[in-house]
Each structure stands twice: as C-alpha cells, then as structure tokens.
Design a protein around this ligand. Structure first.
Ligand code: PEP
Ligand code: MN
Length: 328
C-alpha cells in the first residue's frame, strides 16, 4: 500500500503507527510527495494519522508504478533533463581508454547533439584476463572531458564500496546488466543523491527490472532511468535480443523515463542504427549508445561501437523518427 500524507511529521507518525501494529513501513519523500509504503496488499483500517490517499496497487512494484502517478517523472542529469516527449542521448565509448580518447569523443558527440557522455572506468568483463577499465584515472579523465565540453558524465558503478569514489566524479551512476539484482548495491543507491541509469539484466524479466527500480526508490532515490539493453534468447544471430516490447510495456507501467541501448544487443555496428530507430519507435525517451574515435582498436566491445560518422547519422535519423512520431 502507498499512503500519501501531508508532511514529514504525519509520515513519521504513520510509520510509527503501522510498525506498532507489526506492519513493515518505509517513509520516503519522492517526486514532491510524502509517501509511507507498506508491502503490497496489506489491509489497514482505523488509522489515527490523517492520510490524503491510501492507494492499493495491483503490482508488486508500487512507488515506480504509473497506476498511481500518472504524470511522467523527469530526471535531471547535470543541467539537463531526461523526460517524456524529448530524446535524451547518452553517447561515448564502452570504456575510457585515455584522456585523449574520452575528450575527443566528448567534443564530437556534443557537437553532434548528445546530451551526456558515457564511458566505463570500472568494466564488468566476462574474462578476468581482458581490460578491466582504468579505475580512478578513468574517472578523472571523464571529469576532464566534462570540463572541456560541459557534458554531464554517466559511468558504471560495480562495487558498492566504490560508490563514494565514483560519486566524486559522476553526474549519474550506470548500474550494469550484471548488477541489476545486486540488492545491497540497489539499497545503497537510495542514498547516492545522484541519478541512476538502471540497465535490465539480460536474464531478467521486466517485472524484476521494475522491482530493481523499486528498491532504489524505496531506499530514498527517485531519480531512476530504466535502460533496456537486450536479453538472452535462443537466437544467437545478434549478441542479444533487443526487447522492444519491454520498452513499450515499461513506458505504460512506470512513470520513470526509459532509454534503450542499441549497442549491446547489436554487437555489430552495422545493426546499431536500425535498433536505435526501433527503440525510439517503441516509445523510449532516448538512447545510450557506444561511440569510439577508432572502434576497431577499442579495448572492449570493439565490434559494436559506432564511428563518429555513424553517430552523426544516427542522431539525425533518431530526431527525424521522434519528430514524425511525436512532434519532438
Ligand atoms: C556497457 O554499457 O558498456 C555495459 C557493460 O553494459 P551492460 O551492463 O548492459 O552489459
Ligand atoms: Mn560496452
């Protein structure tokens, strides 16, 4: 159940009253509302604390559901906003490889129309023998690229222990597919004070993805952007299967913004543009896309990173599709 109350004091009093009855309850201030949350389908009667609304939802995820909050939630990253009705484009290399590489990419993607810069400093690699990322040196290079271009910086946080370090440099934290169900990490993100880009795990259902977002919100951080990045299916033609249906579904069932990553499902730069256009046509609020100054020489995900020229073409086509479908 969600209880909307008028103030922090009423929220505290209600939480106390519920807990005294043995009902677990959380108090959060999110999206301009004072909310007290209990597990779903809890029946409570005769409350003493005044509540503005008591909302029973059909879904297990509650705070992030669009069933109670009809208006879409905008999320600020740096000085810019991810929001419905506008395309937000996050672009940059899979991994930060040097200051020169990231600054060069940042300048190019900014001029081509990107809203934010991506680049991993801590890379989740399948093989322990491959490039693991530059760590703090990579974060410093990202900060340098932000100084040079004004673009806000999105970078992956893998280890909960690195959260203070990554927060020192990042404008938003990317949570990778492999970390989507690291529940201790998700709880900690509740106190991050910065937006979270939450990728869908490639073996996870849409409901599990939305429940991961619920974890972050329930622990105090409502600035969550969902990112569909492809799932594992029987078909091995492309690297992953982009689930466009999940984008349409998530847009209908949650008020949080939804982006799509066309790079990881494609695995091959020749397919990135068509997948990106499908992502936008399915209703996503933007893209997270890999771009590299010399993709064939990239230290990770070399096959799928776009060249600068391809990125320019992608932005033009993406904006055209968005204009045709929703006038913006
Ligand atoms: C990435 O964005 O480079 C990445 C590792 O993505 P994912 O977590 O979706 O595999
Ligand atoms: Mn990558």
């Amino acid at each position: 159940m969600l209880f909307i109350v008028d103030s922090r004091e009423h929220g505290e009093a209600l939480r106390g009253e519920l807990e005294a009855r043995g009902i677990p309850a959380w108090r959060v201030e999110l999206w301009g509302h004072h909310v007290v949350v209990t597990p779903p389908r809890v029946r409570v009667e005769g409350l003493r604390v005044p509540v503005r609304a008591a909302i029973e939802l059909r879904t297990e995820y509650q705070l992030v559901s669009r069933e109670w909050k009809r208006e879409p939630t905008p999320v600020r990253i740096g000085g810019r906003e991810v929001r419905e009705g506008r395309l937000f484009i996050v672009a940059g290399p899979c991994a930060v490889e040097s200051e020169e590489q990231i600054v060069k990419t940042a300048r190019f993607v900014r001029d081509a129309g990107a809203d934010a810069l991506r680049g991993g400093a801590f890379k989740p690699r399948t093989s322990p023998y491959t490039f693991q990322g530059l760590g703090e040196a990579g974060l410093r290079a990202l900060a340098r690229a932000r100084e040079e271009t004004g673009l806000p910086v999105v970078t992956e946080l893998m280890d909960p222990e690195d959260m203070p370090l990554v927060l020192k440099y990042a404008d938003a934290l990317q949570i990778g597919a492999r970390s989507m169900q690291n529940f201790s990490l998700l709880k900690k993100l509740g106190r991050a004070g910065k937006p979270v880009l939450l990728k869908r795990g490639f073996g996870n259902t849409v409901e599990e993805w939305l429940l991961a977002a619920e974890y972050v919100a329930l622990h105090g951080n409502g600035d969550v952007v969902l990112v569909e990045r492809g799932i594992r299916t029987f078909d091995k033609t492309l690297r992953f299967t982009l689930d466009v249906g999940a984008i349409a579904y998530a847009k209908r069932h949650t008020h949080l913004p939804v982006l799509g990553d066309p790079s990881h499902p494609a695995g091959d730069r020749r397919y990135v543009i068509p997948l990106a256009l499908a992502i936008i046509a399915a209703g996503a609020d933007g893209l997270l896309v890999e771009v590299h100054p010399d993709p064939d020489k990239a230290l990770s995900d070399a096959g799928q990173q776009l060249t600068f020229e391809q990125f320019r073409e992608l932005v033009q086509k993406a904006r055209e599709i968005a204009r045709v479908l929703r006038g913006g």
